[in-house]
Structure formats: structure tokens, C-alpha cells
Design a protein around this ligand. Structure first.
Ligand SMILES: NC(=O)c1ccc[n+]([C@@H]2O[C@H](COP(=O)([O-])OP(=O)(O)OC[C@H]3O[C@@H](n4cnc5c(N)ncnc54)[C@H](O)[C@@H]3O)[C@@H](O)[C@H]2O)c1
Length: 345
């Protein structure tokens, strides 16, 4: 099956594109190459794919690509993805994540695409307290950030296209990914970059917020499994059993790098910071046989090793992101973390 991958130059999209190429697929890759997109992630597979630089919200450009390449399936990763940025610039999240997805759905319907895999996020469910049951696919959507609200809106359009037009869609909701090639505005690569240079490491609040960590190659495999064996109209959570507090994630990185905890500095919390995300993955495991294979310790060891071996890329990207990552803390301080606090006690 000829597949189009949107957001293919991003962190997870590129892992999926590399996996597709290693499985003998010649994917049609599309990416706007925003600050988060980077062709270096695709270098090892570039000769075995077709790449188009385009905005998924651009009807004319996307229609031209779909008509000329004739994909039968679309795996849609393209999105604005950073929660902090969504707090400062929510409108751009609506353009990329809502208009972009709706545009792609319309074109896919018009051109007879046979499978549309929409990559959503566990953040659409809202957050959990300690001890509450993990989110199931049937739980209602209660997004708390402009990012998760835009992703939840996209999910609603995906659902509506299934109900209204009988269009073949599947939605996937992954938990937090980590691994090679992640842009260092996100917790793990940012911490590695700072720690490697003995710079102070920002920790939101007390660092008690909990995320479930999924190694990016496991995520790419899950998406491939759903593409092959997922049922039309269904939603699948993907995640691991690795729930960790942010401060413990930072602690693990420091241990792997042989650095001390004195680098960690508490900074004003993100407004409305979700306390805990955790998803029940029984459905994808039962229906496709997929299961996260990489433990947090193994994944973190591989991840730290990879960034050490790619320090030029890491530091270059960290410099690029610096104005934003430092500016955001000042903005959150000014905002006084006015959002509703999410039970970090
Ligand atoms: N990273 C995670 O932990 C995580 C967890 C759950 C879900 N997701 C979802 O997975 C998908 C990929 O996330 P990621 O971490 O790889 O993100 P990323 O920010 O690394 O990559 C996003 C890519 O999309 C591209 N893009 C952005 N807007 C675009 C547009 N309008 N048209 C075309 N391309 C555009 C960017 O250039 C970039 O290459 C997203 O949909 C995200 O919501 C990510």
C-alpha cells in the first residue's frame, strides 16, 4: 500500500518514516519544515522516499501532492506539538492541528484514500490524580491546554468524517515519547543538553507531575501495527507501564551522565499543568499483539548515548530553542501560573 506520512520530518513522524523504509515501503513524506521539522532526521532513508515540503492546511499544495503521488493511506503526524508554545500562541495550533487535519480529511475523502490514521495524543483525555484508573479509549475528552484542545478538536473532525461520510479512519493516542532526534524544547533532550554543559536544569514546580514514557521506536512500531491490523473507525491508546515523575526522569538522566542534582533549579510552573497522564493499552495489545518492548532504563540509556553521540546536533538545536525556552519561564512568572492548579500536592 502506498502511504503518505505527514509531519515526516518531525520527531515521531521521522521514526515512523525510517521504519517504513526499513520495511521496504517507499513513503510519500510531507512536512512544512517548521522550527520543529528537520530533514537530518530523514537523511538515512532519504533516497528511499518521496519528500514534499508543504503545509497540510494548504488545500492546493496538498491536493497536488495527493493527485500526483496517489497514496492509498495517510498517516497523519503533522501538528504543532509543544504545550508551552500553545499557551503563548494558541491560534497557530488551531491552524495546523484543526484546519490542517480537516483539510486533509476533505482531500482524502475526495481522492478515495482507503485508510486515514490520525495521530492524536493521550493529553486529549485531560489529567488524572494519583491512583485513578488509566484512561480508556471510551473515556470522554477533557483537554486542558490549548495544545490538547486543538488535538481533541481534530479528533472530533476525524470522528465526524467516519460518522457522516463512512470515511475509513483510525485514531491513535500515544503517551509521551522520548528517544533520538527529539527537539530540545521538550523535557528529556532539554535536560540532557543542559546537563551535558553543566547548565542549570529547569524543573517545573516540585517536579511531581507524572507522565508515561514510551520509547519512540516502540511508538513507530505500534503505528505500523495499527496501519496493518487496526480496525476501521476505532481508537487505540499506546503507552507503556513506565509512569514517572518529572523529577525522577531528570534524576535518571543525571545518573546516566554521572552528574549531580545541584544542577536542578525549580522554576515557575506551567499554567494549568496537567498532573498525570496514563493510558490503558489493553485494546491495542489484544487486537494487534503490540506491546511496548523498551523499558525506561533501557530506553533512557540508549537515548542518553544517542545524544552524546550527536552532541553537535543537540547543542545546535538547543541554541535555536534557547530564546524560547528561557523566555517562556519569564512569561510564566509574569502570568503567575494563573491556570487552575492540577493537584501536585
Ligand atoms: N512527542 C510526543 O510525546 C507525542 C505524544 C503523543 C502524541 N504526539 C503527536 O504525535 C505527532 C508527532 O509529534 P512529534 O513529537 O513528532 O512532533 P514534532 O513537533 O517533533 O514534529 C511535528 C512535525 O510536523 C510538522 N508540521 C507542523 N505543522 C505542520 C503543517 N501545518 N503542515 C505540515 N507539517 C507540519 C513540523 O515541521 C514537524 O516536522 C503529533 O501529532 C503529536 O500531537 C506526540
Amino acid at each position: 500500500m502506498k502511504i503518505m506520512i505527514t509531519g515526516a520530518a518531525g520527531f515521531i513522524g521521522s521514526a515512523f518514516a525510517r521504519l517504513a523504509v526499513s520495511n521496504g515501503i517507499v513513503p510519500v513524506c510531507v512536512d512544512k519544515l517548521s522550527y520543529a521539522g528537520d530533514m537530518e532526521r530523514l537523511k538515512s532513508a532519504a533516497e528511499k522516499m518521496h519528500f514534499h515540503r508543504a503545509d497540510v492546511a494548504d488545500k492546493e499544495a496538498m491536493e497536488h501532492i495527493i493527485k500526483s503521488e496517489g497514496p492509498q493511506a495517510i498517516v497523519h503526524f503533522a501538528a504543532e506539538t509543544h504545550v508551552d508554545r500553545s499557551i503563548l500562541e494558541p491560534a497557530s495550533f488551531i491552524t495546523a492541528n484543526v484546519f490542517g487535519t480537516e483539510n486533509l480529511l476533505e482531500l482524502a475523502l475526495k481522492h478515495g484514500i482507503r485508510k486515514f490514521i490520525h495521530i492524536s495524543t493521550d493529553e486529549v483525555y485531560g489529567d488524572l490524580r494519583a491512583g485513578e484508573s488509566k484512561f480508556k479509549e471510551t473515556d470522554c475528552l477533557l483537554p486542558n491546554s490549548p495544545y490538547s484542545a486543538s488535538k481533541a478538536s481534530a479528533d472530533m473532525f476525524v470522528r465526524a468524517f467516519r460518522k457522516t461520510f463512512g470515511f475509513p479512519v483510525i485514531t491513535i493516542r500515544p503517551s509521551n515519547n522520548y528517544g533520538p532526534w527529539q527537539y530540545p524544547e521538550k523535557l528529556i533532550p532539554l535536560t540532557i543538553a543542559k546537563a551535558m554543559r553543566d547548565e542549570s536544569i529547569p524543573l517545573y514546580g516540585k517536579g511531581e507531575n507524572i507522565r508515561t514514557w514510551l520509547y519512540v521506536e516502540d511508538c513507530a512500531e505500534a503505528v505500523m501495527r495499527v496501519l496493518d491490523a487496526g480496525r476501521d473507525g476505532e481508537t487505540y491508546n499506546i503507552g507503556s507501564a513506565e509512569e514517572k515523575m518529572n523529577r525522577d526522569v531528570i534524576g535518571a538522566i543525571l545518573r546516566h551522565l554521572g552528574k549531580g542534582g545541584e544542577l536542578v533549579k525549580s522554576v515557575p510552573d506551567r499554567p494549568g499543568h496537567d498532573f498525570r497522564y496514563a493510558v490503558d493499552t489493553a485494546k491495542i495489545e489484544r487486537e494487534t499483539g503490540w506491546r511496548a518492548r523498551t523499558s525506561f532504563d533501557e530506553g533512557m540509556e540508549k537515548t542518553v548515548r544517542w545524544y552524546r553521540g550527536h552532541s553537535e546536533w543537540l547543542f545546535r538545536k538547543a541554541e535555536e530553542a534557547r530564546a524560547f525556552t528561557e523566555g517562556i519561564r519569564r512569561r510564566f512568572e509574569e502570568m503567575g501560573a494563573k491556570g487552575e492548579k492540577q493537584g501536585t500536592s
